[in-house]
Design a protein around this ligand. Structure first.
Ligand code: FES
Length: 127
């Protein structure tokens, strides 16, 4: 199942948009490097709407107390309800990488951005 999300020019780096993929709400994110990522928009904590959250670069602490640096390799989406944080590329929570949101294939097709739910047995056909 494939869904058109928006025109490619409507999603600039660092922005996200929600989309309905059949019964599943997803959030499609364009990372700062221009790559596209899509994760389920329902927070693993209590179901908060991640497509209403915010995106920012992950920060890393240094050996100096109170000093942090930006982690350009990792961008985070934060739940608007209680603050759960997820890696936009993997869907994993920051505090426990074994807990992950479902991820979805998303890409530019012509002028459109699409997101796809791969049903069992269809992955090879859509590649
Ligand atoms: S519902 Fe997302 S952090 Fe609680």
């Amino acid at each position: 199942m494939k869904q058109v999300v928006c025109h490619k020019d409507e999603l600039a780096p660092g922005q996200m948009t929600g989309a309905q993929l059949g019964p599943i709400r997803v959030v499609v994110i364009r990372a700062k490097d221009g790559s596209l990522h899509a994760v389920a928009a329902k927070c693993l904590h209590q179901g908060g709407p991640l497509d209403q959250g915010r995106i920012y670069e992950h920060t890393l602490s240094t050996e100096d107390v109170g000093q942090y640096v930006m982690d350009a390799e990792r961008e985070i989406i934060k739940c608007p309800w209680h603050g759960y944080e997820y890696d936009i590329r993997t869907g994993a929570t920051v505090f426990d990488t074994t807990r992950c949101l479902q991820t979805f294939a998303t890409r530019e097709e012509g002028d459109q951005i699409t997101v796809e739910l791969e049903l069992p047995g269809t992955a090879a056909a859509s590649a």
